[in-house]
Design a protein around this ligand. Structure first.
Ligand code: ATP
Ligand code: MG
Length: 459
């Protein structure tokens, strides 16, 4: 047993050093807690004569006594060799080639040990391809397990569980950081963020999810390197956004993203609204939506990403509608649809938003208008709308900060509690007509109050 010293970290990663080895009796990782599919993959690789280890979040979370989200395997088998071993295997990724072994819903990610590849001589083999700014464009140089450990992102993510003897291997002092609750980048933080700016988002995600603190050197560059995210392809940012907000700690993640001024690179229009608004309306709605999401995930309930995007882009939508209102001669529906289109177009220049999310998001928005009609056949028909529930839930969310939305939400809540006859009664036009008159008699809002409580979108 030899402890990798801290200063070793700054030395050449390729110099041979011994990992700290934690034998089976001294750690809590048991095969019983590893997905049986991951165990199968590990054994199949080993039986074929390869080295096979569990690595990354699986090892980290098990050591912390948490339930891992997924299991990642690292091996010295090359992608083509992995491919030959498993029937249910696909090779994916260009930038980072790896194997996906699929078991029904579960995918075990199997990656070949990576090396540094920096000093790679000119040759026909693959190399680490870099952009002028240091970003790694492709990372397909294979190496040994130790090199593999050093090129991982955070120390707590670079621990290996070796299926050969059930030991935990630590090349980077990850266990100490894990025990101390520290997120620490391996190597020089600025360089590692430049190589892959998404590591900044990952840093925040793990800090929020694990409740860890940042090592000061890992934290310091976060405040000023956000702009590097502009170089990340929108599709990759979208994937990361889902992980950030669907990991069960969305509220904390959001606060950290804003604190380090990273949020604006994911949702520029939303950031703009948050900074401009003196009142706390938009933030409250957004934070409540994120808290709902966290709450649902904690209860094991499904969450709808479209709902989350509807909340994230709600203020930009309203702002765009206010803007169009003064300029164009559109009816309410056109106004909303035009504004929605513009908000989406602006957003997808930064982070992708696939149609399977943007379409239901638009429907949730459109329902905010349709829910304002509470007479005639319309309300009953709306109940059968496939997105009704999401639209109603969104109205409830708005109700917390918007008086008019609150009134409307109350109406729908009462309406939903009625039986068929009651519903027919409640939507009688004459009942509404009287109400309508009463409403019209109210004093119109002054500009001032309008600002304090912005009206619901062209509702
Ligand atoms: P999660 O709980 O979200 O799955 P994870 O740590 O397993 O967390 P993955 O995205 O599944 O994260 O990646 C698996 C492992 O691969 C990480 O733990 C880390 O060691 C390594 N890794 C992933 N992305 C990067 C990156 N951008 N740079 C360096 N290493 C990375
Ligand atoms: Mg993982």
């Amino acid at each position: 047993m030899h402890h990798t010293s801290r200063c070793k970290r700054s030395l050449e990663a390729t110099s041979i050093s011994q990992p700290t080895v934690i034998p089976r009796p001294e750690h809590n990782i048991s095969r019983a807690n590893i997905s049986s599919n991951a165990v199968k993959v590990l054994y199949r690789l080993r039986e074929a004569g390869f080295r096979a280890c569990l690595v990354g979040g699986g090892v980290r979370d098990l050591l912390l006594g948490r339930e891992p989200k997924d299991f990642d395997v690292a091996t010295d088998a090359r992608p083509e060799q992995i491919y030959k071993l498993f029937r249910n295997c696909r090779l994916i990724g260009r930038r980072f080639r790896l194997a996906h072994v699929q078991f029904g819903q579960e995918i075990i990610e199997v990656a070949t040990f990576r090396g540094q590849g920096e000093e790679e001589e000119e040759g026909d083999g693959p190399s680490v391809e870099r952009a002028a700014d240091g970003r790694i464009l492709s990372d397909n140089v294979y190496g040994n397990i130790e090199e593999d450990a050093w090129r991982r992102d955070f120390t707590c993510n670079a621990l290996y569980y070796d299926i050969d003897n059930f030991t935990v291997l630590d090349y980077v002092d990850g266990l100490a950081d894990l025990k101390a609750g520290l997120i620490r980048l391996i190597g020089d933080p600025v360089q590692r963020y430049q190589e892959d700016p998404v590591r900044m988002l990952r840093a925040v995600r793990f800090a929020a999810k694990l409740g860890f603190r940042f090592d000061p050197a890992t934290e310091a560059p976060l405040h000023r390197l956000g702009h590097l995210l502009e170089k990340i392809p929108p599709a990759r940012l979208f994937d990361e956004i889902l992980k950030l907000f669907l990991g069960g700690s969305a509220v904390q993640t959001f606060e950290l993203l804003r604190h380090y001024r990273l949020f604006g690179y994911l949702f520029p229009a939303t950031e703009h609204c948050l900074n401009r608004q003196q009142q706390h309306y938009p933030k409250t709605l957004l934070v409540r939506a994120l808290a709902n999401t966290d709450g649902r995930l904690a209860e094991g309930k499904p969450v709808n990403p479209a709902f989350l995007f509807a909340a994230l882009l709600w203020e930009p939508l309203r702002e765009q509608m206010r803007h169009l209102e003064t300029a164009d001669d559109l009816d309410e529906q056109e106004l909303l649809q035009t504004a929605a289109e513009q908000v989406i177009q602006a957003q997808i220049r930064h982070a992708a938003l696939p149609r399977r999310y943007s379409l239901p998001m638009r429907e949730i928005w459109a329902l905010q208008q349709r829910l304002t009609i509470t007479t005639g056949k319309h309300p009953l028909r709306l109940l059968t709308h496939p997105r009704f529930r999401a639209g109603y839930d969104f109205l409830l969310l708005r109700a917390d900060t918007d008086e008019q939305a609150a009134e409307l939400a109350d109406w729908w809540t009462r309406f939903l509690a009625l039986d068929e006859a009651g519903r027919a009664q409640a939507t009688q036009p004459e009942v509404k007509a009287r109400k309508g008159k009463a409403r019209r008699r109210r004093k119109p809002r002054s500009r001032k109050t309008d600002q304090a409580a912005p009206p619901s979108p062209k509702a």
